[in-house]
Write a protein of this length. Structure first.
Length: 320
């Protein structure tokens, strides 16, 4: 059964790029079309699946798993390990990738090319997260460009800094357009370093030089379900898929507060042989709420801004 949520459709001024957002399903980007071609993996497909559901869920206030105090998770046990964190001596659960993707968001503003959504703290969010907040998200389409502008405000009544990590798990079809082998798609990035993770997906504290995608390389170079968080030493990180048709799709992100630049990552993950790859924008690190390593912190009454961009470009076809 296909229990599809209600979707709001946005269109770029030239009509070539369309976006579909589900306010009642975590404000998720559920479809992204370029000239009638769906770019998102399982875009607008809500049928049950035993595997990755795809699309582009919002990850907030946690990225990945937040491991509760207890036995050390291992490669064999981490998927069954309890999730949660402790604030002022009180234990709270925390779903994988946070709770924002599972809650309805309120529509505040809507035009043909722009949509502003709001998630406020509530009795439901305080089960997981004992802070007052307002999270505003604006989707905006211009010609060839989708931007997601996040504004996260910590309530003045909070008694201390409000920690969080934030991400977007955008997952794209391989190839984007052509009915050719996915290995013909290439990936490029401005990354200069890779953050290393342990078998449970937690940062090890080690960062290594990484420039494998400085020039476009086949996506087959990415092992199935390997999590590859990438950063750039000199500028906000980006990653680009280049389709055999010449279409390219670039995901980038940045926060105006450049003090947070050490927590900006573009993370590659997916199953290239199975036809999909995520270009995940991360501000913060997995397990950050449990360890405070790689968590953004907002003092009471302050606001953090963060923008994710998805740019679609079609290379001019050469004349014979």
């Amino acid at each position: 059964m296909n229990d599809a949520p209600d979707l709001i459709r946005l269109a770029s001024p030239d009509g070539r790029l369309l976006a579909y957002i589900a306010p009642d399903q975590g404000a998720e980007l559920c479809g992204l079309e370029w000239e009638g071609h769906e770019l998102l993996y399982r875009g607008r497909d809500f049928s049950p699946t035993p595997g990755w559901t795809g699309r582009a869920p919002i990850l907030w206030p946690a990225i990945g798993r937040t491991f509760a105090p207890g036995p050390e998770p291992t490669a064999e046990t981490f998927k069954q390990a309890p999730l949660g964190w402790t604030v002022d001596g009180v234990d709270y659960p925390m779903p994988m990738h946070g709770f924002a993707r599972s809650l309805p968001w309120r529509v505040e503003h809507h035009t043909t090319s722009e949509l502003r959504l709001i998630l406020d703290d509530s009795d439901q969010t305080r089960i997981f997260y004992p802070f007052g907040f307002r999270h505003a998200l604006t989707y905006r389409l211009t010609d060839g460009l989708l931007t997601l502008d996040h504004e996260i405000e910590a309530d003045e009544a909070n008694t201390g800094p409000m920690p969080f990590a934030i991400g977007n798990h955008a997952t794209f079809n391989l190839p984007l357009l052509e009915d050719q082998g996915a290995t013909e798609t290439t990936v490029a990035s401005n990354a200069t370093h890779r953050m290393m993770l342990d078998a449970a997906g937690r940062p090890t504290g080690q960062t290594i030089p990484f420039e494998r995608f400085a020039s476009p390389a086949p996506v087959s170079a990415i092992a199935t379900f390997d999590v590859i968080p990438l950063s750039s030493a000199h500028e906000p990180p980006w990653a680009r898929l280049i389709d055999p048709s010449g279409l390219s799709l670039t995901v980038s992100h940045s926060a105006p507060d450049r003090a947070l630049s050490t927590m900006e990552f573009i993370t590659l993950w997916g199953d290239p042989g199975g036809g999909y790859l995520s270009l995940e924008a991360w501000l913060g690190k997995p397990n950050a709420l449990a360890t405070a390593d790689g968590a953004c912190g907002l003092s009471p009454g302050s606001t953090l801004q963060w923008t994710v961009s998805v740019e679609v470009r079609q290379a001019a076809r050469s004349r014979v």
